[in-house]
Write a protein that binds this ligand. Sequence first.
Ligand code: SAM
Length: 329
Amino acid sequence: MPLTDKFGRGIHDLRISITDRCNYRCVYCRTGTNGAAYAELPFDDYLRMARILVGLGITKIRLTGGEPLLRKGVVEFVRELAKLRTTTNEKPDIAMTTNGHLLAEVAQPLKDAGLDRVTVSMDAVDPDRFARITRVPNGFDSVLAGVRASRRAGLEPVKVNCVLLRGFNEDQIIPFGKFAREEAVVVRFIEFMPLEEDRVWTPEIVVTLDEIVKRMSEYKPLVEIEHQRSETARRYLFEDGVGEIGIIAPVSHPFCGHCSRIRITSDGKLRTCLFSVWDHDLHELMRRGASDEKLSEFIVKVVEKKEERHHIGEPGFVPASRTMVHIGG
Ligand code: SAM
């Protein structure tokens, strides 16, 4: 019986944050200071967790953070993950979300180790704006080099994620449409969620799916690609078939009813929702010597109680117990 919650949702996507340190300080994610970081576990501990979870029905693993490429040994970790076998005896699908700053050098080694795909976060295609968002000077060229190296390495489709903030980078919509076409990457806009360290979120700051589609269509007509219920992104092709964009709209068009994700934080806590107000200490159980069977039982029980949905924008919304950078986006 695959991992299932009490609402009947099958859980097959796992996100593992391997560090919550980051070399960027994006204005909508982090405070201006470096802030405290949670513990990082040895890769063997994440590997054991992943092995147990894959044995319970996980088929997709995404490495994230913080910035996952800050961890030395990440290529070897991917190589070990790639040796795992799903319940149907296949290699799990392995992906990574990264800011791309350190990607150019490791894209090919990651591919060779068994990474299937990469998603690079990039919130502007204008280098100055990019620097203002990330609060790091001269990062744009490194990230662009990372995107291109990923394509060359065959980590495809390379996806580029952009979070839009009203009054800050919403004018990047059409430039990103051009970017998708010219660089042959899938650009995905993500609606801004209240998961930031500085609590700047308001409903008004969110640039919604409908607005993005309207604005992009003024540049070139879009045709929606039929989307599967389990897909988080609405997908669109430009009418001439060149360039794909996607929109992930957890705020204006929530998809909790089809959520198939769980997360492990860098310090080994299991989280069943981005907006969980508590997490579950898998690593503490391991530290106390629990067997694989005991850990499996614990995971099954925790997953069963996965939250039904988030409550963004509703009266009485309770913020998550951790911000995005400390959960693993
Ligand atoms: N450092 C890596 C990166 O930049 O991709 C991985 C971690 S980062 C937290 C993962 C993704 O979460 C990024 O694409 C980032 O833009 C997105 N993100 C961060 N805060 C967010 C928020 N409040 N709402 C929506 N997306 C957010």
